[in-house]
Design a protein around this ligand. Structure first.
Ligand SMILES: *Cc1c(COP(=O)(O)O)cnc(C)c1O
Length: 427
């Protein structure tokens, strides 16, 4: 079984010319034949290598990688990560149930983020004994105190502060400016911590920050954490000693080229973050989502038709925007490879799905080797915010998910059936 070197950003390779695209040692053609298309395929080895990059970069200090469950919440992936010591960042009661189902022993390694926690969600998390609530408003802190008193359980909390740092990314996934709905203004944080200092049900445990997603430069992380650490020092002078700083997630990948060195990116990120926190003795939490799972996954689809309208050529596949919405939602770019490349000149095509929306596309004006009906394509870097954001739009059943571990491939979620879709309805 060929090992994937850490410097390789993707586990999907043609082992030798003439052979179809593989995930590690497993042929994607064989997987598609066996399980049908559309089909999500993930490399477990790649996910664990990414986790190890963070763990190694922070080996010298107390830290905990809390995987952001929303990026890909497959139970098997949660279990895989928990088995290597990861904790979890959750944003809903539903995600908490997923962690408890996949890895109940990891409940104490869960941080709970999100601007709209309900009393029921808070209660469940208090009972589960999670590590910390990342509190996003004064109202939430009041509710947390009331629920903790009621259940007679101390709630460890961190204020999620908004450092007012601009991170260059898509506006939908930028979160660190004052105008965003997330967190509390860092200038108000000191007063909020002080206002609950005497509350026996609230333990000021940490402070957290998350400035956005798909951030390609390490600089904004450093800038945000400098501001956070300044707050931590102010709090200490006031007698409030925090045990942890949560640096959030958001480290981006390169969706375009294969010349991306994840180890280098993690090293840059770690240097910026630990540089900003020099002198902080507590625990560093981090919440990577995309960086751990995006490049480990691909969406396999079969070409149904190749049609020409005017001077455009459309390649219509059996996967659609309901399976992977990132191109439609964020104008996201995904590299697309033919699973078995054909000889011939590349042609400029649009790759689209069958859903009745012009937004249903995977690529516009993309140069691709010739594609014919029946061919398989792999939409790369689809492991994060792919299946997690999928839907049943157009009454389409969600695809199955396959996890590849070494030379072994197993179904971690079966294809949905019509019965799954119609089950909750009545006439
Ligand atoms: C979405 C999110 C993350 C993960 O973001 P990535 O860009 O996937 O790393 C981490 N923390 C919080 C609070 C989030 O909302």
């Amino acid at each position: 079984m060929p090992r994937i070197p850490i410097s390789s950003p993707r586990p999907f390779v043609y082992p030798t010319s003439g052979l179809p695209l593989h995930c590690g040692a497993v042929s994607l053609e064989a997987l598609a034949r066996r399980h049908g298309t559309p089909l999500y395929v993930y490399s477990a080895d790649q996910i664990l290598e990414r986790l190890r990059l963070f763990q190694q970069a922070l080996a010298g200090r107390d830290h905990l990688v809390c995987y952001a469950v929303k990026a890909n919440s497959a139970l098997a992936i949660l279990k895989l990560l928990a088995g290597q010591g990861a904790g979890f960042d959750i944003v809903s009661g539903g995600e908490l149930e997923r962690v408890l189902a996949a890895a109940p022993e990891a409940a104490g390694r869960v941080v709970f983020s999100g601007v709209g926690k309900t009393a029921a969600e808070i209660d469940r998390a208090l009972q589960a004994g999670i590590l910390e609530f990342n509190v996003e408003s004064e109202g939430e802190l009041e509710l947390l105190a009331a629920r903790a008193r009621k259940l007679k359980r101390t709630a460890r909390f961190a204020l999620r502060v908004n450092p007012d740092v601009f991170a260059e990314t898509h506006p939908y996934i930028s979160t660190g400016l004052r105008e965003h709905k997330f967190g509390v203004d860092i200038r108000r944080a000191l007063a909020i911590y002080k206002s609950v200092a005497g509350n026996r049900w609230l333990e000021p445990h940490g402070v957290s920050v998350h400035i956005g997603s798909q951030i390609r430069s390490a600089d904004p992380f450093g800038a945000a954490l400098e501001r956070v650490y300044k707050l931590v020092r102010q709090l200490r002078r006031e007698g409030i000693a925090l045990k942890s700083i949560d640096a959030g997630g958001g480290l981006g990948i390169d969706y375009h080229t294969g010349a991306f060195n994840p180890a280098e990116k993690v090293a840059e990120w770690a240097a910026a973050v630990t540089g900003a926190l020099e002198g902080f003795e507590g625990r560093l939490l981090l919440e990577p989502g995309r960086f751990l799972v995006a490049q480990a996954g691909a969406l396999l689809a079969r070409v149904l038709y190749v049609k020409r309208n005017g001077n455009k050529t459309f390649v219509v596949t059996d996967a659609a925007m309901n399976d992977l919405i990132r191109p439609a939602l964020y104008q996201a770019h995904h590299e697309i490879l033919p699973v078995q490349p054909r000889a011939g000149k590349p042609r400029t095509v649009d790759i689209v799905g069958p859903v009745c929306e012009s937004g249903d596309f995977f690529a516009h004006d993309r140069k691709m080797l010739p594609l014919e009906p029946g061919d398989l394509i792999a939409v790369l870097d689809a492991g994060a915010y792919g299946m997690a954001q999928s839907s049943n739009y157009n009454t389409r059943m969600r695809p199955p998910e396959i996890l590849v571990e070494g030379a072994r491939a197993r179904v971690i979620r079966r294809r949905e059936t019509m019965a799954d879709l119609l089950g909750p309805e009545s006439i």
